[in-house]
Design a protein around this ligand. Structure first.
Ligand SMILES: Nc1ncnc2c1ncn2[C@@H]1O[C@H](COP(=O)(O)OP(=O)(O)OP(=O)(O)O)[C@@H](O)[C@H]1O
Length: 664
């Protein structure tokens, strides 16, 4: 049976997961269940994993399909087709029994092609997410497609078809799939590290509290909060003069003796982290050598960011100790942690508390769940957080913070935060009032580039952001503009293409480095990373070159642009979504923003061009239209906002001068 390593991983873990779930349905003997849990090693060949579980692969027709049907009834799945299912012998007493997997001899095409199974990733499996919670991702590619589209520059990604936009005019496949969108965790991390100051918001804080009669008060200064002097010094050390809008309302409740439980929602950058860090610090006694505050974040990077705030704000608290419950931080079973604050990700903290027992959850005074919206987007985190939460004492103060407020977040919040006060600060509306919007008609992308050059040739532009639909167009345009002498920053999901990686590997080898190049058609990023680790473990010096731009690299690109080192930032929808770069003078939609269904994306349009025209200045937005389709998309956007988008003739220098001149 031939299959790529990644296919093996996906299939094996999905099936193991399936079996793991199945024990609840068909009562596997405990010893076997335990062995199955142990056998979740990433990348083990399917057959080894099965053998470890005491399972055998057979090729006969299914005789155990009723169990399978029962399973799907219970978990809401469906049969995937003939020849793919469970088979085995049911013992006479009806108890126990070893389910045996049956795969078609052709390399399990049904499993691989099925959205259901390919949606079960290793993460679902590792984090113990119930199968019923596995979200089916219709965009998810089969391993073969992923391998083909991953980091090749001579292959185009699988097209989503309907997402086609103006990029079609270039004969290029317009799928977003040619680069990877930053995950919610990455976006959240990027925002945090890029944030330099508080986001101001003039809206009123809305409050919903359990007892509407209990008095509410807000503070206008940190002194009013009666903080211990060492903590107040820490706040000043952070450079905070007065509480932010959300802090004014939240802090008096958070710090009150009755340990109010709270769900707080406001946009990123409004001061939530500072508020809960202050609460954690105010609740701990550094003389007591055990964890008293616990904070969960969705990723290691975010946990470390929070830790930095804790360490800065707690700078004057003598003896304060912080531990990071994140992957790679090892603790010995039974060791008792003497740190006062634990910040970590749900999986590791769960292990530390319930498996290794290094934290006594009953002694935790305050429990914080940060970035709940990002947390629930990560499979498994929700369940793990709930399991941790269940072991906390009733007197523990529970706090949950989120940038959004939709139903899944609230449902989760209600489970982990009993009797909460809910506070909310609505995002200030962005408006198009200060922005002059134009469109330019161009035949193809070369014509778009010419139009852009004309604009640059006639007037001097401050900083400009250009949005393209795909990473490929962005890279092409960046090269063209560089050729024209512009200082250009390029922010896309792909840094190294396979070709570049191969070239770099050769260079490095030439310089005497031992380089194993792990990219290409067969290996996906995950398999490559796994293999690199394995090889390193075996003492090889391995450089892993894949097609992804690391978060740190993205930060550096954005920072360079913000510092004015480059005047033009060319980016894609995917990479720029949710990331604020303030104060550019010109926004160019090289391609009209569309959503995954090819419909005009008004929200994104507003967000993109809202970057210009801030601080009372007039901004300028230019949209490039290359056919009837993009024209119709733009008209819909115009109708949506009810603001005129005027035609601009970029062959007419005077017209350009008038348009740009108005903006200065
Ligand atoms: N009272 C304050 N005065 C001045 N600056 C503040 C204040 N509170 C927070 N800040 C600063 O504002 C920025 C955003 O604050 P913070 O990280 O607490 O917001 P957040 O809502 O948690 O955002 P995110 O969700 O992105 O983490 C940080 O640089 C922080 O140091």
């Amino acid at each position: 049976m031939s299959r790529s390593p990644e296919a093996g991983v996906i299939v094996s873990t999905a099936i193991s997961r399936f079996l793991y779930e199945l024990q609840e349905v068909s009562h596997l003997p405990p010893k076997l269940s335990a062995r199955m849990r142990e056998s979740r090693t990433l990348g083990e060949p399917l057959s080894t994993e099965w053998k470890k579980c005491g399972l055998t692969l057979i090729e006969k027709k299914s005789t155990f399909s009723s169990v399978l049907d029962e399973f799907f009834e219970e978990y809401g799945g469906r049969r995937l087709g003939p020849g793919c299912g469970l088979t085995g012998k049911q013992p006479a007493d009806g108890k126990g029994g070893f389910p045996v997997l049956k795969l078609p001899s052709t390399g399990s095409p049904v499993l691989r092609k099925s959205q259901y199974w390919s949606s079960c990733s290793d993460d679902h499996f590792r984090t113990g997410c119930p199968l019923k919670d596995v979200k089916i991702d219709p965009e998810k590619k089969t391993p073969e497609a992923a391998a083909g589209a991953g980091d090749g520059d001579d292959k185009t990604a699988a097209s989503s078809g309907s997402a086609a936009s103006s990029a079609e005019a270039n004969g290029e496949k317009p799928a977003d799939g040619d680069e990877k969108a930053p995950s919610p965790e990455e976006v959240s991390f990027l925002r945090k590290v890029l944030r330099e100051r508080l986001v101001q918001n003039k809206n009123e804080v809305e409050i919903m509290q359990k007892d509407p009669n209990s008095p509410l008060y807000s503070v206008k200064s940190f002194e009013e909060l009666n903080l211990p002097p060492d903590l107040l010094m820490g706040v000043y050390h952070m450079g905070f003069n007065a509480p932010s809008k959300i802090q004014e309302t939240a802090l008096p409740m958070l710090l009150a003796d009755d340990k109010t439980n709270m769900i707080a929602q406001s946009q990123s950058g409004t001061g939530k982290t500072a508020a809960f860090v202050l609460t954690m610090l105010s609740r701990i006694d550094t003389k007591k050598p055990y964890p008293q505050a616990l904070c969960l974040a969705p990723t290691m990077e975010l946990a470390l960011q929070i830790g930095q705030v804790v360490e800065q704000m707690g700078k004057y608290m003598e003896g304060l100790k912080v531990a990071y419950g994140v992957r790679g931080n090892k603790v010995a079973r039974g060791q008792k942690l003497g740190d006062h604050i634990i910040i970590g990700t749900p999986g590791t903290v769960l292990d530390w508390s319930l498996k290794l027992r290094v934290i006594d959850l009953r002694k935790v005074e305050v429990f914080v769940l940060d970035e709940a919206d990002v947390m629930i987007a990560t499979q498994g985190h929700q369940d793990q957080s709930i399991r941790i939460h269940k072991n906390l004492s009733r007197t523990c103060q529970m706090l949950l913070f989120s940038a959004t407020y939709d139903d899944p977040v609230m449902a989760f919040a209600q489970v982990v935060v009993p009797d909460p006060v809910i506070i909310r600060l609505r995002r200030e509306e962005e408006s198009l009032d200060n922005i002059k919007q134009y469109y330019v008609t161009c035949e193809n992308r070369d014509a778009k580039f010419r139009a852009l050059s004309n604009i640059y040739g006639v007037v001097s532009i401050g900083q400009c952001m250009i949005f393209c639909h795909t990473g490929k167009t962005a890279a092409w345009l960046a090269e063209k503009m560089k050729g024209g002498g512009h200082a250009v920053a390029l922010l896309t999901g792909e840094l190294l293409t396979r070709k570049t990686a191969a070239w770099l590997a050769e260079k490095m080898k030439g310089d005497g480095h031992a380089v194993a190049l792990l990219t290409g058609e067969l290996l996906t990023r995950k398999t490559a990373a796994w293999l690199a680790e394995k090889m390193k473990g075996d003492g090889h010096a391995v450089a892993l070159l894949t097609g992804e731009l690391l978060v740190e690299q993205r930060v550096s690109v954005i920072n360079r642009f913000r510092d004015g080192k480059e005047k033009v930032l060319i980016t894609t929808n995917l990479c720029a979504r949710g990331i604020d770069i303030e104060q550019v003078t010109l926004v160019v939609n090289f391609d009209i923003p569309v959503d995954q269904f090819g419909q005009p994306d008004c929200e994104n349009y507003l967000h993109r061009i809202g970057r210009t025209g801030r601080f009372g200045k007039t901004g300028l937005a230019i949209n490039m239209v290359d056919g009837p389709r993009s024209m119709s998309q733009l008209s819909k956007i115009q109708d949506h906002f009810g603001k005129k988008i005027a035609k601009l003739d970029t062959e007419d220098a005077e017209a350009i001068e008038t348009a740009v001149g108005e903006q200065e």
